[in-house]
Design a protein around this ligand. Sequence first.
Ligand code: UDP
Length: 239
Amino acid sequence: MSKPLFARILYKISGEALMGDQPFGIDPKKVAVVVDDVAEAAALGTSIALVVGGGNIFRGMALAANGADRVTGDHMGMMAIIMNALALRMELQSRGVAVTVLSGLAVPQVCDTFTQRGMIEARDRGDVLIFAGGTGNPYFTSDTAAALRAAEFGADAIFKGTQVDGIYSADPKKDKNATRYDTLTHTDLLQQGLKIMDGSAVALARDNDIDVVVFSIHAPGELARVLCGQGTFTRVSSN
Ligand code: UDP
């Protein structure tokens, strides 16, 4: 494998990536696959932080759609994210990878709360970081949390693992004429309404000059390959 293109990345995984074939929840086999990829990429010397979503367990919007309180729903969603983060931590630790979980939502009995100081300490120690609990605030998504933490972490790029191998002009599962882009700008994403991350996350990445690299979570080893400029992906950058 050649040299990584980026010295520091934030890897965003949706909660659904941990679900496997189950209708919801955490499939330990999928957690192991994600962790294989992270351990392989970390071994290349790139500094890595993870942001995981919670959609495999709970989304606040789903509760709000039935007339319930959105803020309570979002608190439940952020707790779902923490559960996923703990599953990833356990698997990384079982392989001897040094890992620190920092949560935006304070649950001190479970993990440390996110602070810039704590993050820098763990990052400079060489730990893999997991930023859990989203931003800690309702009305946000884990994509926005990923962009925020990427800026705080000093990441060069957000690596976004998705169901397909990049960004397409239309949903390739529904439209056989959909074409894949090799490169795009953040402004292209926003202007063309390409739904890969929410608009606030893309704008935050653009304003902080953080690339977004989109690739498939279904190809084992792809994270390390894409990190080295191989494999299949779309790269979103400022120019
Ligand atoms: N959430 C939140 N604030 C945040 C991040 C997430 O309130 O900063 C809640 C929200 O309810 C969201 C849920 O956590 O629906 C799970 O996150 P998300 O839907 O982004 O997960 P993913 O789609 O990546 O699995």
